[in-house]
Design a protein around this ligand. Structure first.
Ligand code: ADP
Ligand code: MG
Length: 676
């Protein structure tokens, strides 16, 4: 009965059914599961408590015959006065000329609309004659199509509820309902459409939030499991003792967070499945060391490793730091576009003959003429630059290496576990001990002179500074003009004492390299730059980061920029020059001054911007939940995730309690879907 077409309900004919079909409602069950997207709460509060610009509901007596004024044929304005708690309130209704006949002097009416506390005026969006019905104070609002109205839909749902309400099947096992005190599905569906109270609604919503997250997590995790089992990989039997000895030989003790993610990676290496893992960690949290240890483990298993980075400068830096870690235990080579001729040929031969253990370079290094004897592990720094294409290239060479992606852009956990459903995610969420926290200040533009003076003092002390230019989005050209202007200004200000450099996107890469080199050798003390300096550069001696127009940057980008300093022994400073106009803008600046924790910032950013914006609209690929909200309900998401793990691990889907869920998952194709 519940799965019958809606036309089997009394009062739903072909025409109505057609409109409902456009809303994806075909069966009675569909109709019952079509939940309101919001609720209007008609709660009558004393006038004195009404907030300006809020949507409010008031109840009163009409004092004068409403006066109507027409503008053209359709537009109109109806005005009358209302007595509410002995106060005279003005009511304005637009384009509802028909209401003039319904509303008379002396009538009691209930009005809902936008409140103007200064004028004591309400702009009415909904009204009904008579006193406010206190039992009906929570009104569901549905999203509608065609000629379907809210009222009509509600009536249809009421009919469906009456006919089939008792047939609504339970999906969740008893155990979870009890553990989390969730209402039965029958009860919860009823409450979603006809809430008896706020509390009841809250619990019904809680139920569906959990249900949605649990089903989603089961789907994602089962798919991931299938993918893993299907992915041919190699079980790298690494030498535990050698790896431990290497860890012991490091000049510092690994942090707990580093040890934890390292363990996860080593388990992946040893497993016969292909690793597909994302390693997140703030700038300076120590990802590179972890990468080095993983590469080393692979080498003890007789494999080769590759480390891919976005730029040549970074590749060179990594070669240096890895050589420092490994000494001569390991044979490392650098392979970039600039390595040419005989040297290049030699490297290619060595790779093919397994005379090289680790190759570091830009992403060209896994393409074209590069062939490995036995590639076991590929590590990709800055994950977004490695795509499907590169994977295919590897596969075409008959290689199935484990792949580890590293990113310094912290992605809030809530998003990471949903958006990267098919990847394992690890996070280094702790900084090595003894780091000096960067001090962050938010100042106005009129402080610029003082900032320049401050820079001069630090430079006297042997330190260096970045000055990031005002950001002009409209045009690249203006951007550079501004950079050049600021550069000239600083040069004039500092004269001969302090060398100022300039960096922007229009410089050739040779010029950029030269500027960076001069800066890292302290031939330049102040570097004026556009945001090109954002990725990866490491100049530990730079201790000041000044960011112009900071309010125009997102939190993530500000955090990346700030990460350019605080890399050495000295106390570092980040100075945000900003005069934000909006509350959100001010909030951003406050958050920046309050925390240097990238994960915390990312969570805050998510709250300020919403998940769609966080990833950029197009590539969001985030699931559409009907009731749940990934940001606000993240605790439920975590719970559901853990529960799903437990269910899969223990094979509970095969037990009787889980049959409804199993049937749902089968329906969704989780067990039959083609894998990429
Ligand atoms: P990331 O790649 O995450 O930005 P790095 O691996 O480059 O960070 O580490 C930043 C600096 O901290 C390096 O100089 C590194 O040697 C050092 N470092 C890494 N781990 C630790 C640790 N556990 N204790 C102290 N210093 C560490
Ligand atoms: Mg790094």
């Amino acid at each position: 009965m519940i799965n019958d077409p809606i036309t089997s309900l009394k009062g739903i004919g072909e025409k109505f059914a057609e409109d409902l079909a456009a809303m994806d409602i075909f069966t009675i069950s569909d109709l019952l599961n079509y939940f309101p997207y919001r609720y209007d709460v008609f709660e009558i509060k004393p006038i004195a408590e009404l907030i300006h610009d809020d949507k409010v509901t008031i109840e009163g007596t009409i004092l004068n015959p409403p006066s109507l004024r027409m503008y053209g044929r359709k537009k109109s304005r109806l005005v009358f006065q209302l007595e509410v708690e002995g106060v005279v309130v003005k009511a304005v209704m637009f384009n509802r000329s028909f209401a003039k006949k319904q509303l008379q002097q002396g009538d009691t009416v209930t009005l809902t609309g936008k409140w103007d506390a200064h004028r004591l005026q309400i702009t009415v969006s909904q009204y009904h004659k008579g006193p406010a019905n206190r039992n009906r104070s929570i009104q569901p609002v549905y999203s509608l199509k065609g000629s379907v109205t809210n009222l009509r839909l509600k009536k249809a749902i009421a009919g469906a509820m009456k006919a089939c309400g008792s047939e609504i099947p339970e999906l969740l096992p008893e155990h979870y309902l009890q553990a989390y005190k969730l209402p039965l599905r029958t009860q919860a569906v009823k409450t979603m459409h006809f809430p008896s109270s706020r509390v009841a609604l809250k619990h019904a919503r809680r139920r569906f939030i959990y249900e949605e997250f649990l089903l989603f997590q089961l789907k994602v995790q089962l798919l991931r499991k299938r993918k893993k089992e299907a992915a041919k990989g190699n079980a790298q039997t690494y030498d535990k003792e050698k790896v431990q000895a290497f860890i012991d030989s490091l000049p510092f003790k690994l942090t707990t967070a580093q040890l934890k993610v390292l363990q996860q990676i080593l388990v992946d290496l040893a497993s016969p499945y292909r690793m597909n893992r994302l390693l997140q960690g703030d700038v300076g949290s120590g990802k590179t060391v972890v990468a080095a240890i993983a590469l080393f483990a692979g080498i003890t298993a007789g494999k080769q490793g590759a480390l891919m980075v976005p730029t040549e400068i970074l590749a060179e830096q990594h070669v240096q730091s890895l050589k420092a870690f490994f000494g001569n235990k390991v044979n490392i080579v650098l392979l970039t576009g600039s390595v040419k001729g005989k040297k290049r040929q030699q490297i290619l031969t060595d790779l093919r003959n397994h005379h090289v253990d680790i190759v570091i370079g830009t992403h060209a290094l896994i393409q074209d003429e590069v062939h490995f004897a036995d590639l076991g592990l590929v590590i990709v720094d800055e994950q977004h630059r490695f795509g499907v294409e590169q994977r295919r290239t590897l596969r075409n060479k008959g290689l199935h290496p484990d792949v580890l992606f590293m990113t310094a852009t912290p992605i809030p956990r809530t998003l990471a576990i949903t958006a990267f459903g098919d990847m394992d995610v690890s996070a280094i969420d702790e900084m090595p001990a003894g780091r000096k926290e960067i001090e962050t200040y938010w100042v106005k533009a009129n402080m610029f002179e003082r900032i320049l003076h401050f820079i001069a003092k630090r430079v006297e002390n042997g330190e260096q500074a970045y000055v990031i230019c005002p950001l002009i989005e409209e045009s690249d050209k203006l951007d550079i003009q501004d950079a050049v202007e600021l550069y000239e200004q600083l040069k004039a200000y500092y004269g001969e004492d302090i060398q100022v450099g300039l960096m922007h996107g229009r410089l050739s890469s040779a010029e950029k390299d030269q500027v960076m080199q001069d800066f890292s050798e302290n031939k330049l003390q102040v570097l004026v730059s556009t945001t090109v300096v954002e990725v990866g550069v490491n100049v530990p001696n730079a201790t000041i980061m000044v960011i112009y127009d900071a309010e125009r940057f997102g939190l993530a980008q500000l955090h990346q920029l700030r990460g350019r300093v605080g890399r050495g022994e000295q106390q570092s400073y980040c100075i945000l020059i900003a005069e934000p106009k909006t509350e959100v803008g001010k909030e951003r600046m406050r958050i920046m001054t309050e925390t240097t924790n990238g994960f915390k910032l990312a969570e805050e950013d998510l709250h300020l911007r919403g998940p769609g914006d966080f990833f950029g609209k197009k590539q969001s690929g985030l699931p559409d939940f009907k009731v749940a909200d990934m940001v606000h309900d993240y605790r439920a998401l975590e719970t559901a995730r853990t529960d799903a793990e437990e269910i899969i691990k223990n094979n509970w889907l095969q037990t009787p309690d889980f049959q409804p869920i199993l049937a749902y998952l089968k329906d969704e194709g989780v067990f039959s879907m083609k894998l990429d």
